[in-house]
Ligand binder design. Structure first.
Ligand SMILES: [Zn+2]
Length: 266
């Protein structure tokens, strides 16, 4: 288990309580994998804080921390792909986060947009939120807020779909063509990513994990970190936080482990 997910939002039924593990538990888990490069993949907030503290406690240079999106369904889909990474593929972790986010669409149907800031609703939509029966569809990709009596999405061709809700948000969503298996997430009681009493969030990945791994393998440059000397990608090394500057002249050769792995998800 060298990729360790630290996230209170989980699939239902949850395997663990909807809480962030205490630092000492994370230290124990890291100790069990002392010899391996390990990545702590975290939700923002307490999860990221505990992960960084655990890394500091164990004092090892082979523990990476990767903090993901605050939107639970988006984060869960990224976590699934990162959990598939073999140790030899850690150099691609940041690039897989970017590629997965780029291939993902997220919408939220909500009874209020009064506290939304990104995307920002119009003033009339703010005001409409105060009246009963209001319903909005927020498209995080298009950055739009649409006054709506519901939503209509065709998700049948999407390889991975995750949903989460609060209140009766799901009842507002009509006419959706669901895939065979949308994954339902739950978070800690009282915790909500959206400032509304009732909302329904859905994220859908438009490519298979295999396609994303292939894209990353061919297009994501990796460089040697100047501090820990690991191959890495993205804006900074996930093990030591040093900014990295990829240059086509130092692109690493394709990783056969990733190539081998991709067929698992075809
Ligand atoms: Zn480094």
């Amino acid at each position: 288990m060298p990729v360790i997910v630290v996230d209170p939002w989980q699939r239902t039924p949850p395997r663990h309580p909807h809480t962030v593990p205490p630092v000492e538990d994370l230290v124990g888990t890291l100790d069990a994998h002392r010899a391996e490069d390990t990545i702590l993949v975290c939700a923002p907030g307490d999860a990221a804080r505990h992960a960084r503290m655990a890394r500091a406690v164990v004092g090892r240079a082979n523990v990476g921390v990767l903090v993901l999106d605050p939107v639970p369904t988006r984060r869960w889909i990224v976590e699934q792909l990162l959990s598939m990474l073999p140790v030899d593929g850690y150099r691609y972790a940041s690039s897989i986060v970017d590629a997965t986010n780029a291939a993902m669409r997220t919408s939220v149907v909500t009874t209020s947009v009064a506290g939304f800031t990104a995307p920002r609703p119009r003033l009339a939509q703010h005001l409409r939120s105060w009246f009963p029966g209001a319903c909005f569809e927020v498209d995080l990709h298009a950055k739009t807020v649409r006054s709506s009596a519901g939503a209509s999405w065709d998700l049948r061709a999407m390889p991975l779909v995750a949903v989460a809700q609060r209140g009766n948000g799901r009842q507002k969503v009509t006419g959706v063509h669901w895939p065979a298996e949308p994954f339902t997430l739950e978070g800690p009681p009282g915790e909500s990513p959206w400032p509304a009493k009732s909302w329904f969030e859905v994220s859908a990945l438009s490519q298979t994990p295999h396609q994303i791994f292939e894209h990353v393998r061919w297009h994501a440059p990796t460089v040697t970190c100047s501090l820990c000397h690991r191959l890495t990608g993205g804006a900074e090394c996930i093990f030591c936080g040093v900014p990295v500057y990829a240059s086509p002249a130092v692109v690493a050769p394709a990783n056969p482990v990733i190539e081998q792995y991709g067929v698992v998800n075809a």
